[in-house]
Design a binder for this molecule. Sequence first.
Ligand SMILES: N[C@@H](CCC(=O)N[C@@H](CS)C(=O)NCC(=O)O)C(=O)O
Length: 222
Amino acid sequence: MAPVHRGGLRLKLYSYWRSTTSVRVRAALNLKAVDYEIVPVDLVAGEQKQAGYVAVNPGMGVPSLELDDGRVITQSVALLDFIEEMWPDPPLLPSDPVDRAQVRAAAAQIALDIHPVNNLKILAYLKGPLGHSQDETVIWMNHWMTEGFTAFASLIREGTPYCFGDGIGLADLCLVGQMVNARRWGCDLAPFSRLVEIDERCRENKAIQQALPKAQPDAPTT
Ligand SMILES: N[C@@H](CCC(=O)N[C@@H](CS)C(=O)NCC(=O)O)C(=O)O
C-alpha cells in the first residue's frame, strides 16, 4: 500500500541513490517526517533520458516529485521551497527576510554554482565530445567544489553548530549532499574543517542518515 502523507498527499519521489540533488530533497522530507515513495531512476543506465522519464521531467534530471493528482514538481530548489511551504515544521529557513535571503544565498552557492558545472551530463560531455580524460574531469570537479566551498564557508554564520544557527536548515541540506560528492571525488577538505564538522553533526541526525546514498533502496548492496 502506498504511504499516506502528512498534508494528505501521496508523494512519489524520483530519485537516484548517489545524486546530491536527491539527497537534499530526501533530507528535507525526512526532517519534516513526510512519507514518500521512492521511484529509482538509474542515471548511470541513462534512464533519465528515456521517454517515460522525460515526460515526467523534461530537464532529464532527478529529483522530481509527483503528487497523487499527477502534478509533478521538478528542480530541487523549487522542491525545497515547496516542502518548506507545505510542511513548515521544523523550519528550514529563519523568519527574518534578510536572514532567509542569506540562507538561500549560501544554499544557492552549492545548488546553483557548484552542482550545475559538476553534473553527470557535463562530465560526460567533457569526456566524450571534448575528449578529456577521467583524471582531467576529476580535476575539473574538485576545482569548482574548492572554489564553491570557499565562498560557502564565508557566507555561512560564524560559530554556530549548523550553517546558520542551532538547527539544520536549507544550507546544511545542500552542504550534506555536496559533501557526498566531495568525498567521492577526493576533494581536499583540509581547508574546510568547519564544513566537515557541520556535515558530521548533520549526519548524526537520523533523518539525514536516511537521506544519504547508502540508505536508499537503489543503492548497491555490496
Ligand atoms: N537543477 C536540477 C538538476 C537536476 C540534476 O541534473 N540532477 C542530477 C543528479 S544530482 C542528474 O539527474 N543528472 C543527470 C545527468 O546529468 O544526466 C535540480 O536541482 O534538480
